[in-house]
Design a protein around this ligand. Structure first.
Ligand code: NCD
Length: 355
């Protein structure tokens, strides 16, 4: 399939990743040469959920390419508040812009948007599901700091259930050679079943554990995450789980000298401030690199042709079990099962119920 939308990191083939990374390096080396690369192009940013880095790094990236940006970060100021459907909002924006960046609290929202858009859709986070441009940022960081993405023991720590950055990073890293994972979380926040099924299908090496300190000495990369308060129905449960893992300078003494400590940010208590000065702390540089890889992505995606949306048809009778699936919020969306996995929702990967 030709690259058209970035919904999942799996839409980025390995050759495309190499192309984007090379472009990112060139942009960093020669920023002036790209300062008009997107002149006359317009990016729409539709943020139905709060964001600092993702939203502003996309805006900064587009401006540094000489392009323009419009959009919202407060949907209450748009016709969504009047009851306009998501599909109609996307249709309109796609007629004004050359590419659309979208973040939503609903899982599968970016895929849904791609069904109605004439221009490329970029998933900037869909609920607790996926976050592929954060993963491009993460891969860029690992590649720059390590020289290559291979032979790495990677610890993923914190909220593996709702952490969308984790899901996309696991999907991405499992395509590189000799990567093994420690999945470090409380049992209640362990990685979703569909992700485990994927890892098993790939014969990927992974170990699930609840103990960060016991595995820390073996890690080449430690990817910490915030417990995702906004996805919890029960505030007491969040309070109980939010600080289960705290990385601090004392614990880091047991880690490798060349460990990379990464975090998509925002960081709450899970990384103590005393880690920030440690040379192994990579998270602020990671956030900066995100802007450059997004420049490479925007350069590529805003120059793609406008293609009319195709007519839509259901391919299943099934209803998604996931209450946070975009199909539960926008019932007119076509009912779609994953090709080859008829019981799985194409939008959010959760199970479909057939009557
Ligand atoms: C992450 C997100 O929004 O999923 N933030 C980001 O994009 N850098 C992680 C988080 O919010 O915890």
């Amino acid at each position: 399939m030709a690259f058209r939308h970035l919904i999942s990191i799996e839409d980025v083939s390995m050759p495309l990743w190499e192309e984007l990374y090379a472009l990112c390096e060139d942009i960093m080396a020669r920023p002036k040469a790209y300062s008009l690369a997107c002149s006359g192009k317009v990016l729409a940013t539709l943020f139905f959920e709060p964001s600092t880095r993702t939203n502003f790094s996309f805006q900064a990236a587009m401006m540094r390419l000489g392009g323009s940006v419009f959009g919202f970060s407060e949907p209450s100021a748009t016709s969504t508040a009047k009851g306009e459907t998501f599909a109609d909002t996307v249709r309109m924006m796609s007629s004004y812009a050359d590419a659309i960046v979208i973040r939503s609290p609903y899982e599968g929202a970016a895929l849904a948007a791609s069904l109605y858009s004439e221009v490329p859709i970029i998933n900037a986070g869909d609920g607790g599901h996926l976050h592929p441009t954060q993963t491009l940022t993460d891969l860029t960081t690992i590649r720059r700091k390590r020289g290559a993405i291979e032979k790495l023991t990677v610890g993923l720590c914190g909220d593996l259930l709702y952490g969308r950055t984790i899901h996309s990073l696991v999907l991405a890293l499992s395509r590189f050679p000799e990567i093994s994972f420690y999945l470090i979380s409380p049992r209640e926040l362990s990685i979703p079943d569909y992700m485990l099924a994927h890892l098993k299908q790939l014969n990927q090496k992974y170990i699930e554990t609840t103990n960060l300190e016991s595995v820390l000495p073996q890690l080449d990369i430690l990817y910490m995450t915030r417990v995702q308060r906004e996805r919890f129905d029960d505030p007491a449960k969040y309070e109980r789980l939010k600080n289960v893992f705290i990385l601090n300078r004392r614990k880091l003494m047991a880690a490798k000298e060349d460990l990379l400590v990464m975090h998509p940010l925002p960081r709450l208590e899970e990384i103590a401030r005393d880690v920030d000065d440690d040379p192994r702390a990579a998270y602020f540089e990671q956030a900066r690199l995100g802007m450059f890889i997004r420049m490479a992505l925007l350069y590529k995606m805003t120059h793609m042709p406008r293609i009319p949306a195709e007519p839509l048809r259901d391919n299943t009778e099934g209803v998604c079990v996931n209450e946070r699936c975009i199909t539960r919020r926008e019932p007119y969306l076509p009912k779609l099962a994953k090709p080859g996995a008829l019981g799985q929702c194409e939008y959010c990967d959760k199970n479909l119920l057939t009557r």
